[in-house]
Design a protein around this ligand. Structure first.
Ligand SMILES: [Zn+2]
Length: 224
């Protein structure tokens, strides 16, 4: 999929932040950050604030994958998140947007160090055919934390998200709105999985279902 233009990416980031709030998947603090890959050499648009409430285009800066600000002003406390975003673009050429939130139901799994299980039909519809893995904890934005994210990306080359142990989630897809949608279905799935617990717990798909779904997607393409 072609990378969106600068203005399309900027508009979609603002729309994606609104959508995350409208659908009620943000934590109470509204904490989060998001980025979009720009056409050209290792550049991204990145939020310069640490929450996504009322995100405006002026709160987006252009920055290199190494953290050099090209346009705008980046709050020093925001600089530490650069590596968490750029590592995904470096590992996944098809990814053009990355969003980090503390969406509460999904973050409960991250606190429990439990992968978010692939047990919900909506996952299959978005091409997710395995559990969302957990990256080990390390200080936020540290090289160690980034290395744990990269390790999960390499071990699970098709997943569009990783849980960050004791912290939150990182989701990524072809554009900001598609990435917001991944977070919405993860949060839905996390809530349904937790709600199913007193009923005996979520059950997996029938034997062979994931392979059948993969074949189906190859034939018709993902509907996302
Ligand atoms: Zn965070």
């Amino acid at each position: 999929m072609a990378t969106l233009s600068y203005s399309q990416q900027r508009d979609q980031l603002v729309q994606a932040a609104q959508r995350l709030h409208q659908t009620g998947v943000m934590s109470h603090s509204g904490h989060g950050n998001m980025s979009a890959r720009l056409p050209g050499q290792d550049l991204m648009l990145l939020t310069s604030v640490s929450h996504l409430t009322h995100l405006s285009p002026e709160q987006l800066v252009v920055i290199t994958f190494d953290g050099e600000v090209v346009e705008g002003t980046l709050d020093p406390t925001t600089r530490e998140i650069v590596g968490m975003h750029s590592c995904v673009y470096r590992e996944r050429q098809e990814v053009n947007a990355v969003i980090h939130t503390h969406s509460p139901r999904t973050t409960s799994f991250a606190l429990a160090h439990r992968p978010l299980p692939c047990v919900y039909e909506a996952f299959l519809r978005f091409g997710i055919t395995e559990d969302i893995p957990v990256a080990e904890w390390a200080p936020r934005g540290s090289e160690e934390a980034v290395s744990y994210i990269v390790a999960q990306l390499r071990q699970h080359p098709t997943v569009p998200a990783v849980l960050l142990a004791n912290h939150g989630l990182l989701a990524f897809s072809s554009d900001p709105l598609a990435t917001a949608q991944i977070i919405i279905i993860m949060e839905e799935s996390a809530q349904l999985t937790l709600d199913a617990h007193p009923l005996g717990g979520a059950q997996g798909f029938p034997a062979g279902a994931l392979e059948r779904e993969r074949k189906h997607m190859q034939r018709y393409g993902s509907t996302q």
